[in-house]
Design a protein around this ligand. Structure first.
Ligand SMILES: Nc1nc2c(ncn2[C@@H]2O[C@H](COP(=O)(O)OP(=O)(O)O)[C@@H](O)[C@H]2O)c(=O)[nH]1
Ligand SMILES: [Mg+2]
Length: 288
């Protein structure tokens, strides 16, 4: 049996969370076209007859601008330390040099596959150029082109990974697909909808905390706080006559129902906590 930990690194928007979801055939990580959607390290456990791979999706690598960013980069660091093999992922259409610099700066001690993502929208020439560019880099064990979204060459990626992974006993039960709680995923679903429905900087100033999660006979009752930094943001969050929060609530509830496979009663409250992203205690309370 092959078992091990595989961490996925790369710039924001490379497609790391999309790959995790495709690998697991389940939506674990939230995805949006906006950068820095992922804030936590999210593990996805893929168990088959002859292997178990524990994937870690990580926040995109950025220069920290506030304390929340620092926490996000700490989770990147812990993923480097745990990994048996790393996936260094980029959008194959992106500037190669910049990605090279970033991959090099990680100072990896493990084998690493450079994953050229989004081959579904990459011209042949560009793809060839990228393969040649990364092939002989010191951190690169192998280059592989995939489309995380379309699932192209993902099988080949797993096969290649298995070659580099050690033999060992599985770490998790076969039916576990993640180490995080249901409450966490519920909060993440709401956070994803915030990224979807609100403009500009609002999603970056917001976080979601599930305060109550009660399994009743016929439904699950969930109460969640949406935390923002300013009164004006609270106003935007609510929208005219509460229209926006209503839409957010409905869409979130429908997705949570799909996720839990049962009826949900969802209550959302918007709270203002000035500078929560800078505050050690708030960050801790909100799970960062
Ligand atoms: N065309 C195309 N788009 C993709 C592919 N993989 C991811 N995307 C899109 O790229 C954006 C960023 O994806 P995400 O997984 O959130 O990136 P992350 O920041 O690295 O986690 C989303 O809009 C995805 O739908 C792919 O293989 N092909
Ligand atoms: Mg992500």
């Amino acid at each position: 049996m092959k078992t091990g930990f595989v961490s996925i690194f790369g710039k924001p928007n490379a497609g790391k969370s999309t790959l995790l979801n495709t690998l697991l055939g389940e939506k674990l990580a939230i995805v949006s076209h906006k950068v820095q959607t992922t804030r936590h390290r999210i593990k996805g456990i893929l168990t088959e007859k002859d292997y178990q791979i524990v994937f870690s999706d990580t926040p995109g690598i950025i220069e920290p601008k506030y304390k929340l960013h620092e926490k996000m980069m700490l989770s990147v660091k812990s993923s480097i330390e745990d990994a048996d093999v790393c996936l260094l992922m980029l959008d194959a259409n992106d500037a190669l040099e910049e990605n090279d610099k970033l991959f090099d700066s990680l100072k990896l001690k493990t084998p690493a596959l450079v994953v050229l993502n989004k081959i579904d929208k990459t011209p042949e020439e560009k793809l060839k150029e990228a393969v040649l560019f990364f092939k002989n880099k010191p951190y690169c064990s192998k280059v592989i082109g995939i489309s995380a979204k379309k699932g192209l060459c993902v099988d080949k990626l797993i096969e290649t990974l298995l070659y580099y992974l050690p033999e060992g006993e599985p770490f998790f039960e076969g039916n576990e697909i993640t180490d995080l709680s249901t409450k966490f995923f519920v909060a993440e679903i709401i956070r994803e909808k915030i990224f979807l429905f609100y403009e500009e900087e609002i999603p970056y100033h917001a976080t979601v905390v599930v305060q109550e999660f009660k399994e009743k006979e016929t439904l699950t009752k969930i109460r969640a706080d949406i935390v923002v930094q300013r009164e004006t943001q609270k106003g935007i969050m609510l929208g005219e006559a509460g229209k926006m929060i209503k839409k957010l609530g409905t869409q979130s509830r429908m997705e949570i129902e799909k996720f839990l496979n049962r009826k949900v009663f969802l209550e959302l409250f918007v709270k203002v906590r000035p500078k929560w992203r800078e505050d050690e205690l708030y960050l801790k309370e909100y799970g960062y």
